[in-house]
Design a protein around this ligand. Structure first.
Ligand code: OGA
Ligand code: MN
Length: 205
């Protein structure tokens, strides 16, 4: 695929996302690149780079709400697959700004690892003390995920988070994008370890 096609695709994607508010894109990334990202995640894990995630303003450790482990990605210390993924999202950021005038300035990202049984209770991603998060991006890194493995992302489509919802299995290569302030969502417990690369496009505060 040449650059012109890539750009066109990104602009179409950006337009659709701005219109619908969320997108689920199965097989967005080929399995070889997903495997390379998974290896880089595992390298960081083996080096002791993961910490229990915290919640909200006071950076509380609250495993009843959230029991995953995360590693915040620093681009200059990241491996080639991770840097390529960040570059891919940078192109998408530019398309989103061109097509939908979102004023996105940067992107923050972490790897996440949910041990078996871990969950993340229903929440929205824009923190009270950080109004900068505009768009959430979740790329799943799991090989051969089956429905019986659980671990679905449940995303409520209405603004109150009481009505219709969809469930997305964390299959390797699936990309989910949604507006951070608007969508209630939760991570259901899984029977096996669940890996992802999650991040947020941010605007000025
Ligand atoms: C998050 C989150 C969802 C997922 O990290 O804020 O909601 O499916 N992740 O991993
Ligand atoms: Mn979230």
């Amino acid at each position: 695929m040449n650059e012109a096609t890539l750009c066109q695709n990104d602009e179409a994607l950006a337009g659709e996302l701005a219109e619908r508010g969320h997108l689920v894109l199965p097989a967005f990334l080929p399995s070889g690149e997903v495997a390379a990202l998974r290896d880089e995640l595992r390298t960081v894990l083996a080096a002791g780079g993961f910490r229990p995630a915290t919640v909200a303003r006071h950076r509380l450790y609250a495993p009843e709400i959230r029991s995953d482990l995360i590693h915040w990605i620093e681009e200059d210390q990241a491996g080639p697959a991770t840097r390529a993924w960040l570059a891919r999202l940078e192109r998408l950021r530019q398309s989103l700004n061109r097509v939908a005038y979102l004023g996105l300035l940067d992107f923050e990202a972490h790897y996440a690892l949910y041990p078996p049984g871990a969950r993340y209770a229903r929440h929205r991603d824009r923190l009270r003390d950080d109004g900068r998060r505009v768009l959430t991006s979740i790329l799943y890194l799991n090989e051969g995920w089956q429905a019986e493995d659980g671990g679905a992302l449940r995303l409520w489509l209405d603004e109150e988070g009481m009505g219709e919802s969809i469930e997305v299995l964390p299959r390797g290569g699936t990309l989910v994008l949604f507006f951070s302030a608007r969508y209630w969502h939760e991570v259901q417990p899984a029977r096996r370890e669940r890996l992802s690369l999650t991040g947020w496009f941010r605007a000025r505060a």
